[in-house]
Design a binder for this molecule. Sequence first.
Ligand code: S3P
Length: 465
Amino acid sequence: MSPDPATEKPSPGVTDAGMPVRGYRVAPGGTLVGEVGVPGDKSISHRAIMLGALADGATEVTGFLEGADSLATLAAFRNMGVQIVGPEAGRVHIQGVGRDGLTAPNGPLDVGNAGTAMRLLCGLLAGQPFESTLVGDASLSRRPMRRVTDPLAQMGAAIDTTPAGTAPLRIHPVDRLHGIDYAMPVASAQVKSCLLLAGLYADGETCVTEPAVTRDHTERMLATFSCPVQRDGARVCLRGGSRLTAAPVAVPADISSAAFFLVGASIAAGADLILPAVGVNPTRIGVLNILRAMGADIEIANRRDCGAEPVADLRVRSARLSGIEIPRDQVPLAIDEFPALFIAAACAEGETLLTGAEELRVKESDRIAVMAAGLVALGVDAEVLPDGIRIRGVGNGRLTGGTVHSHGDHRIAMAFAIAALRAAEPVVVQDSANVDTSFPGFAALAAGAGLDIEETAAVAAETAQ
Ligand code: S3P
């Protein structure tokens, strides 16, 4: 039986291969001031490589996230014959090969920790005339893939998973795919995007209906690449056989990375922080809506467009937060920001209740169980619910400090690092290596703004009990 990542006791300080893991030791207190430019949006960076590779002509990308996840997507397309120059300071030049120009990879495509890469590529590869295999790391190899392989099978795709419905995914060529009209059982932009990409190779129209609004970067970028996607309420449709025309992509700063600073500056005393040019796509701003409902002091200034995506400069200052019942319609709009939001809840006055968020259990870790365990270790009253969490905030008080384990989840490591701003004792975060998947340079950037954070390989082993 494979270990349950929610309850499995982490091996302190070493990876599966016995290597020492990186960790953080964060001194308690301090504040965040000045200006912090967070790196490019991960979701948009993945899509820029994918659509740029399939387009006719050359695509110039700026602001590309040089994190392990989006670099895995870039490497996968190089492996399928696409010439890509960069990234260099966020610039990437992609020589598109056209809709039908990919060539068979010379082995399995390893996308590491990147769920977006695996699920979107699965759709795109389902329509190729060659066989391919998608593999990932231990965390990704536990995540559910039937949510994409089942509807793709309805389109005529031939994809093998493990008996548990997980990767490796072996994708066999088929004569033809046909469009389907699919009502998604879960609100997932990854599933929607996977099916739209497969739909490019399908006969007729492929339509996807979402049960709740999910991020629409794929639709926006397809339109930029002259491939229109029709939206009618919750249903999006794309006509098979469409070709893409290369177009420049400017990637905004990632609101999911900004979230750690929005929360950090809200909970720290005397904080005043500017986050320039952050993506504020309405399908991603749940974190702003939820934090403001909790009483956060966030100004959204200088709204403008960055290509197909809206951006704004965010200014956040210390505030007294109050616990809230998180509105269910905000859950998909803040799906990646809950680790940070749980820290806000832990520092708020009163109770915060999240329900309808069972998806958090199948992210890079079980984010309900892993966050609850870490919050309890920091002296916070947190109760795990089947589909969410109940957190009783410390109000005017402080978290205790202590040792928490990220379970290899980048967003959990960053959330607990930020929590030290309101702790009485140091916070030690075991296993920060995967922060590089979405936010390379996080510790240095946070230190520049005032967080007293030290990154070390030995910290986890020394302090683990
Ligand atoms: C993503 C969609 C979300 C999100 C993930 C990135 C995307 O997943 O959690 O980090 O880029 O489409 P789901 O759509 O499965 O919720």
